[in-house]
Design a protein around this ligand. Structure first.
Ligand SMILES: [Zn+2]
Length: 703
């Protein structure tokens, strides 16, 4: 895993296309959502539930449409971006004299839209692979078979942060060496499970059992759709679930995975071979074209010991069933991104949606094909698709204003480091140095990724997805042995999200999030600092949260804290962990504050930094936070309302449950209320007093 820390979970935003209301057809061009203080419900008390005060009117006006699992102001921007991308893909697809980039993305999009051709092909494009699996006679063939599948399935998004890599049996990617970011290693990680996290296999509450029952039916249905008899498919489904459960038992716990030292296991080929004698790594690496290296990063050695046991104990026919099912399942859709278009025919895609979209996320209908195809094009050829997007929607002056805000927020953190009483001067000096070394990336890469070697055919969607996947995995593996590239992006330009990467010491804001309601060139500073300023502060704080603080200025996992300073940090961190360890009624499960600590720390620190930067900015303009803004509210009230506004939204209970169990991000209501209740500045803005719900008696503060 990479320790990329995002603004919002990938599965819940990057592939999501909410509509504003039921009455709109999917083809109605969406509008941008600007900050509007009139949406406050003045009949409510901001001091008793600020999220309701700021968001309930919006949520009432924007119910979740049947083909969505969530509706929010955040998602409206996603809708807008996907529509923008669609427009450019359509133009490219019908251009009479296209540039090479337009030809590639246009042909890709046209091939995806041609659902009749995809349906006519049925499972045929995958048949050669399934035949190889069916003919597997010995478990010693597993390395070559798994490698062949790993080169065909779209690799998990680099920015995944959840419990496991999404793929067949295990995941392969490249990662900077934790101890030396100047060297990239081939990394092996836990994977191979179709449910989103280990708890889904191991918990024994009624809801978990129900999901497993449904999953069993899903496995059987997928196998039937590959041509198996009902009886055979039902029997094999039991086998597959048992094997995945064994993998879940061997896998590392999601909270343990948050601590980088727990996943920093480097092994030579001989050491790796010694823990998995039944799997010939030389064969696998040769097939994947992984360069020979003195060391490999094995993130979860116990998981691979579990794989060894499974290979030794399960007969070959069980392995055929497992590999057959997981290959079809991953080609039919994506486990972590259930709204992406699978490259197989409709019955398989529908069954995939039925389980992942409906059961795990609560959506009622599948997305229109054009939306799924627009997202696919972005996922497979993102830096080609993104070129036209930024040319059209991201004017250079926006970059300038963003950079000013980033600098103002970094200044605020430098001031905060100087001001805190719990850090010694030596640690402060190293914190300043780390912040000074951070690279700020805005909107899009300086150098675009070149997809020229990917063959895209207008009549071969399956092949286009498979060839794009092969290109991407090859691109990642080609980095082995090289220094981490600080200029590379792990998100595409139209993405509504942001991330921090401690190993390259960068913060990254794709152009997709630099639109209203986050960034609004027409808005006052108080509104922009409350929205995108909070996002900048969030990502900046990640460099100094419970994970980020363990990496130094050069991106190496190195303890630069004195023992006493680290203990002071842990004490503050514990306050946040305890605050967020709470029952979440809308999800029906308890949140684990140890899982969400990094994100919660970033949310709390982010808003503090944005507020300090706003205060400095207003001061330079001869104003202060209590000055009245043109809308009649104070600057400070505008700031907090603009902050709440970007989190206005609601989601279905299934999606909320999946998110709380597998993601480090708190649900929106808590991202607003828990944060502001820790802030005396909020109480001041809205006249709240001790004893009211939005004023915590024991307020937590790290940054
Ligand atoms: Zn984050």
């Amino acid at each position: 895993m990479r320790f990329l820390t995002l603004l919002a979970p990938v599965a819940l935003c990057a592939t999501l296309f909410a509509q504003s209301n039921r009455a709109e057809s999917p083809d109605t061009p969406p509008s941008l959502e600007h900050f509007n203080p009139d949406q406050i419900d003045k009949s409510l008390d901001p001091c008793s539930d600020f999220f309701q005060y700021a968001c309930s009117k919006w949520m009432k006006a924007n119910p979740i449409p049947p083909d969505q699992f969530r509706s929010g102001t955040f998602d409206k921007l996603v809708v807008w971006n996907v529509a923008a991308v669609r427009g450019m893909l359509e133009d490219a697809a019908k251009a009479s004299n296209p540039t090479p980039v337009e030809k590639q993305v246009g042909d890709y999009y046209a091939s995806c839209l041609d659902e009749a051709a995809v349906n006519k092909a049925g499972i045929t494009p995958l048949q050669p692979e399934l035949d190889r699996v069916a003919k597997m006679e010995s478990k010693s063939q597993l390395p070559e078979i798994i490698a062949s599948i790993h080169q065909m399935i779209r690799p998990a998004n680099l920015s995944f942060i959840d419990a496991q890599y999404q793929g067949v049996l295990f995941g392969l990617y490249s990662s900077p060496d934790f101890d030396n970011a100047q060297v990239t290693l081939a990394a092996l990680d836990q994977s191979g499970m179709g449910l989103p996290g280990c708890e889904f296999y191991l918990n024994d509450d009624d809801k978990s059992k129900h999901i497993r029952d449904q999953y069993l039916k899903h496995i059987a249905k997928m196998l039937e759709l590959t041509g198996e008899s009902q009886a055979q498919a039902a029997a094999e489904a039991q086998t597959v679930l048992a094997m995945e459960t064994a993998l879940a038992k061997a896998a590392m716990d999601i909270v343990a995975r948050r601590d980088p030292k727990n996943v920093n296991h480097k092994m030579s080929l001989e050491q790796l071979q010694a823990i998995t004698p039944s799997f010939n790594w030389s064969h696998y690496f040769a097939a994947m074209q992984v360069p020979a290296s003195p060391q490999y990063l094995v993130l979860a050695p116990d998981f691979f010991r579990g794989v060894e046991k499974l290979i030794a104990s399960e007969p070959i026919e069980h392995w055929r069933a497992y590999v057959r099912y997981s290959t079809v399942n991953f080609m039919a859709g994506s486990v972590s991104q259930p709204f992406i278009a699978g490259s197989l025919s409709q019955p398989l895609v529908d069954e995939n949606f039925d389980f992942y979209g409906r059961q795990l996320y609560g959506a009622k209908e599948i997305q229109p094909r054009w939306r799924r195809c627009s997202v696919n094009a972005d996922a497979d050829l993102g830096e080609a698709v993104g070129q036209a997007y930024v040319a059209k929607y991201f004017p250079p002056e926006n970059k300038e204003r963003m950079l000013q805000m980033v600098k103002a927020i970094e200044t605020a953190l430098h001031q905060d480091i100087d001001a805190v009483s719990w850090m010694s001067p030596g640690t402060k000096e190293l914190a300043h140095a780390k912040l000074a070394a951070q690279v700020d990336k805005i909107a899009y890469p300086d150098r675009w990724r070149d997809y020229a070697s990917v063959v895209i055919k207008r009549d071969d969607f399956f092949g286009n997805v498979a060839r794009s996947a092969r290109f991407e995995i090859g691109r990642r593996i080609a980095k082995v042995g090289k220094p981490a590239d600080r200029q590379e992006w792990a998100m595409t330009p139209p993405t509504v999200n942001a991330y921090e990467d401690p190993q390259t010491n960068t913060i990254n804001f794709p152009a997709g999030i630099l639109q209203p309601p986050f960034f609004d060139a027409k808005e006052i500073d108080a509104v922009n600092y409350g929205a995108i300023g909070m996002v900048i502060g969030h990502e900046t704080t990640h460099g100094f949260d419970d994970q980020g603080r363990k990496f130094d200025a050069s991106g190496n996992l190195k303890d630069w804290w004195t023992a006493a300073d680290a203990a002071s940090y842990e004490e503050r961190d514990k306050c946040i962990q305890e605050e967020y360890t709470q029952y979440v009624p809308e999800a029906g499960v308890k949140q684990n504050g140890k899982l969400s600590a990094g994100e919660d720390t970033a949310d709390n620190g982010g808003i503090h930094l944005a507020l300090a930067a706003l205060q400095n900015t207003l001061k330079s303009q001869g104003k202060d936070l209590d000055t009245s803004a043109p809308d009649g509210l104070t600057e400070l009230q505008n700031f907090f309302l603009a902050f709440a506004n970007v989190w206005c939204g609601d989601e279905r209970p299934e999606a909320a449950r999946t998110a709380v169990m597998t993601q480090g991000h708190s649900l929106n209501r808590y991202r607003v209320n828990n944060v502001i209740a820790n802030m005396p500045e909020f109480a001041h803005a809205f006249g709240c007093h001790a004893g009211q719900p939005m004023v915590h008696a024991n307020s937590c503060r790290v940054w």
